[in-house]
Design a protein around this ligand. Sequence first.
Ligand SMILES: *Cc1c(COP(=O)(O)O)cnc(C)c1O
Length: 401
Amino acid sequence: MSASMPALMPVYPRCDVRPVRGEGVYLYGERGEQYLDFASGIAVNALGHAHPVLTKAIADQAATLMHVSNLYGSPQGEAFAQKLVDASFADTLFFTNSGTEAVECAIKTARRYHFANGNPERHTLITFNNAFHGRTMGAISATNQAKMRDGFEPLLPGFAYAPFNDLEAALALVDDNTAGFMVETIQGEGGVSAATPEFIQGLRKAADERGLLLVLDEVQCGYGRTGKMWAYEHYGITPDIMSVAKGIGGGFPLGACLATAEAAKGMVFGTHGSTYGGNPLAMAAGEAVLGVIQGDGFLDNVAKMGERLRSALEQMIPNFDHVFEPGLRGKGLMTGVKLKPEADARQFVAHLRDNHGLLLVSAGENVVRILPPLIIEEAHIDEFVTKLSDGARVFVPAADD
Ligand SMILES: *Cc1c(COP(=O)(O)O)cnc(C)c1O
């Protein structure tokens, strides 16, 4: 035991909110105080907190069979994988326990594809400025953000970086070693920046013409968050490989790497694995979430709530121009608002949390992220707008930060 080092490795700047219970769109702290949760565990609690369908599925499965080795057959995994395949571009998938593992699998699948084709020299993925793909060595090597990489060198070779939404710059990096492109359809941590249609469609076209792979990271933007099942559906293209996590388990640790049969052709017996990946408990949680999201009218309602939220924000933002820059970022219930340079996004998030009981998340480029559970109703949006307005009205940006 050390006096200076807490038992939890202090890699997070944890705040004073200490949630002990959740219900729907609300979180409750140790002293019983209530928060309107428009952060959703950073786009994870898609069904809000303690959704009865999800908690029952987990409880029932936990009492039946929690874990078996992937050495055995998996009726639960086969059934859930088939549903995801049917609901997406993919032919096949690998289950993981997190987003970064799904990205790791995507990187391996892309390299292995070219290996299987007899082109092992095609190992480099072109990725993008401000990208966030997770925290494994592979995932931090896939971003050029110094704050995630510093001190962890040597990083994994085989990545090249271009400005986001700059098609020409990406194409200029393509050479004999290029495996493909890996990109968030909508950047989350980087500042809620949606790819432009020309950019994504241009990457798709270049990949088709040059035998490269398009890898999408939809860990944050996928799974219904934008009002469509997958963010790529807004762009009229499909990827070859895609990482998914966050909302997929509704709070249970779960991720997946989806691929076409062609792109996955190198991922044969023995090439990859995970002790926990796809365990029966995770599959039960995943099936429960998917069942709700695929229910009648659910995604239509997400799209509708997204529009309502965004039009409410568009109306209120100009009233507080000492805090907000004009314009909204993102799509649907993945929305970002950029703050004025003198108003620090982290300070504003802390102010809303501590003084107005509203939880949001900051992102890069001085953006505040609004990521409510997908189950929100109009009344929650009204409550949110009231809290945000109240918070903005009295927010005094600190002079020197
Ligand atoms: C959160 C996130 C990850 C990492 O997911 P973890 O579950 O934290 O490992 C990867 N990519 C994107 C786009 C993310 O938002």
